[in-house]
Design a protein around this ligand. Structure first.
Ligand code: GDP
Ligand code: IMO
Ligand code: MG
Length: 422
């Protein structure tokens, strides 16, 4: 099987960027298959920090090819800023960064619509990153969208204007929001020129040719499984399929090409934006996790909501994606606890359940916790399993048992090197 998958099993920010960067040398191609610049993937190595939004996290590994697949939505402005970041760091991406022609474009007026719609929601806000994701995927499924391949056609400007006009009419349905459309447009067209310096490919042929050549591919997920448009905490979700199924439609590959599915979970849990979070800690402990874990959004800087790990939720997302191995990140953030809590069941309408209820927004349920001993010692930077405290190994084994899935890596700090491979 040529294509392995790496994806987040919670509500995003599980540490996908770091782990893709670690695993990248084992692959020939890293492929983003969904989402867009709502993602923020952080990579730290050699004392430097990078945040990627659209560019796959294999870009820092020389020689490796990276593709932005058809399932991704691209804002040329964000992408151009990412390229600036790479240029400043002396990363040579020429001939290594490919863009699928069938990927949809985020227009400035998509962002305007996102802002207007979200603003109109009042206290029912999704907490969108306001990057234009929802409106762009709406135009994709509504069959109005503009794609990367359209840039090369003579009627591109005309089609752009037509879509923009449609958006302006829609914006009129909502209360006014501040947005400098003309200025954003100018930046956008400049960024489109920059985008054209990358290599556009028919992604589905490109990737299947690579498979035929025997190349090894890692599909890099964005967001998390609980933000999946079909199976997440709807309507507090993003607009793409963030689970393994999204890899096939987002790259144009057949299911039988999928090999290992690497699911990432934090040793606890976070969520940024609105929506249900059954194990959320709203008091001191939550604040403590936020401070220890530096839990502030990589894209928006917003404080992330923090809580205990939720095994009911994880079993659900492991099932949806056919996860074959787990990576547990940020165990070091739990260093100072005597006791940890783990949600292992829910009480739904008074009865114990091991399944997520249909509607986490409205149904009557609560998480039921089991206590697990903490290690209360410093394991930051540990690289060998033998150097992990016994209570930490016990915690990892407890998760393996409860989730029925092997933990192949434990991340002990943000740096590329801070990792225990098991
Ligand atoms: P992604 O969206 O899944 O790629 O994750 P983000 O980059 O948004 O958020 C993960 C954050 O945790 C980043 O700031 C990482 O540098 C950091 N991080 C990743 N792994 C670890 C870890 O094992 N320990 C600690 N303390 N930080 C980590
Ligand atoms: P990475 O790839 C965490 C959340 C937003 C909001 C909801 C919808 O870094 O893990 P959208 O902008 O898609 O309309 O927002 O989804 N969200 C994320 N949360 N990590 C992400 O990506 C996210 N991308 C979107 O906060 O609640
Ligand atoms: Mg992130």
């Amino acid at each position: 099987m040529a294509v392995d998958v790496l994806l987040g099993l919670q509500w995003g920010d599980e540490g996908k960027g770091k782990i893709v960067d670690v695993l990248a040398p084992q692959y020939d191609i890293i492929a983003r298959f969904q989402g867009g610049p709502n993602a923020g993937h952080t990579l730290i190595f050699d004392g430097k920090k990078f945040v990627l939004h659209t560019v796959p996290s294999g870009i820092f590994r020389p020689g490796l090819k990276n593709i932005i697949g058809n399932g991704v939505v691209i804002d040329p402005i964000t992408l151009s800023k990412e390229l600036d970041q790479l240029d400043a760091a002396g990363v040579d991406y020429a001939g290594r960064l490919f863009v699928a022609r069938k990927a949809h474009l985020i227009l400035p007026s998509h962002r305007l619509l996102d802002a207007a719609r979200e603003n109109a929601k009042g206290d029912r806000k999704i907490g969108s990153t306001l990057k234009g994701i929802g409106p762009t995927y709406m135009d994709k499924t509504g069959r109005n969208g503009l794609r990367v391949g359209n840039i090369e056609a003579p009627d591109f400007r005309e089609r752009y204007e037509e879509l923009k006009e449609k958006h302006k009419q829609l914006v009129g349905l909502y209360p006014f929001v501040e947005f400098e459309l003309a200025k954003e447009e100018e930046a956008w067209f400049k960024a489109v020129e920059r985008l054209q310096t990358l290599e556009f490919v028919d992604g589905e042929y490109w990737i299947n040719d690579a498979i035929k050549r025997g190349d090894k591919i890692l599909a890099e997920g964005a967001q998390g499984s609980m933000l999946d448009i079909d199976f997440g905490t709807y309507p507090f979700v993003t607009s793409s399929n963030t689970i393994t199924a999204g890899v096939c439609t987002g790259l144009g590959i057949a299911p039988q090409q999928i090999g290992e599915v690497i699911g990432i979970t934090k040793a606890y849990c976070t969520r940024v934006g609105g929506g249900p979070f059954p194990t959320e800690l709203t008091g001191e402990t939550g604040e403590f996790l936020r401070a220890e874990g530096g839990e502030f959004g990589a894209t928006t800087g917003r404080p992330r909501r923090c809580g205990w790990i939720d095994l009911v939720q994880l079993r659900y997302t492991i099932m949806l994606s056919g996860v074959t191995q787990l990576v547990v990140t940020k165990v070091d953030v739990l260093n100072k606890f005597e006791t940890l809590k783990v949600a292992d069941a829910y009480k739904v309408d008074g009865s114990l359940s091991h399944e997520l209820p249909f509607d986490l927004v409205h149904e009557n349920y609560e998480a039921v916790y089991t206590d697990v001993p903490g290690w209360n010692s410093n394991l930051t930077s540990v690289k060998e399993e033998a150097n992990l405290p016994k209570a930490c190994i016990d915690y990892v084994q407890f998760l393996e048992e409860k989730l029925g899935t092997r933990v192949s890596m434990v991340s002990t700090g943000p740096d590329r090197e801070e990792l225990v491979v098991r």
